[in-house]
Write a protein that binds this ligand. Sequence first.
Ligand code: IPE
Ligand code: IPE
Ligand code: MG
Length: 250
Amino acid sequence: MKSPENKADSRPRHIAIIMDGNGRWARSRMLPRAIGHREGVKSVRRVVEACIDKGIGALTLFAFSSENWRRPSEEVSLIMDLFVNTLRKEVDALDRNNVRLRFIGERAAFSENLRGLISESEQQTAGNEQLELVIAANYGGHWDITRACRALAQRVADGELAAQDITSDAIAGALSMPDLPMPDLFIRTGGERRISNFLLWQLAYTELYFTDLLWPEFDAGELDMALLWYANRQRRFGRTGDQVEQLKGA
Ligand code: IPE
Ligand code: IPE
Ligand code: MG
C-alpha cells in the first residue's frame, strides 16, 4: 500500500469498514441472527453503489475475521453459505458496474466451492477500474503481518534480500493489497471502539470513525455523514497544524 500523505482531495481514496451489529439488529427485532446477516448484505450493496456514485477508488469490507470461527458452527456455516450465494448473485452486476473484486485473508479454510467462486470472481473482474472492492474474509491483521514477515524471511534465506533491506516499504509491499493506498477513512458500525484485528499496519494514519448504528441500518446517507466528518479532519502526519496549512497554500 502506498503512503496516504500529500493527499489534496477531501474525499478518501480508500475506505475500510468493520460491518458490525448484524446480530444485535436481528435480536432487537426478535429475529434469528441469520436474518441480520442477510440484511447486512443489503447494506453492502447500498454502500458499494454509493462508493461508485461518489467516485471512491477503493473500499475494503471486513466480512469474516480469523476469530469469527469461534462462533457457533451453525452461524459460521450460515455466513459461508451467504458468501457463496451472494457471490453467485452479485458478481455479474459488479462486473457490469466496472468493479474489481478481490479477497484478502486465508482461503485454505474455505470449502473448495467457495474458493473456486472467489478466484472466478477475481478473474472475471480483474480488468475493472471504477472501484476496487476488497472483501476481507478469514482475515486478521496478525495473519497479514505474520505472512509478510515469513515471505520476506524466505527471500532473505534464499539470498534474494539482505536483512537491512527489510524496510517499512518492503513490509508494506509484502502485505495484502500492496497496490492500493492505505485507507484514509475507517468506519466501524455497531458501537464498539476497537479494531478487532482488522488492518493493523495499514490503519497507522487512518482517520477512525465510529458509529452506534448497526450495520443493517447503514446507508448512503450515513456514509455521507462519515465523509463529511472526514472532510473536516486535519491530517497532520506528525507535523504541526500550521505546517499543514502552509503546505496546503503552497
Ligand atoms: C458483524 O455482525 C458480522 C460478522 C462478524 C460476520 P455481528 O454478527 O458481529 O453482529 P453483533 O456484533 O453480534 O451484533
Ligand atoms: C469484527 O466484528 C469482524 C467483522 C465485522 C467481520 P466482530 O463482531 O467479530 O468483533 P468483536 O469480536 O466484537 O471485536
Ligand atoms: Mg459483532
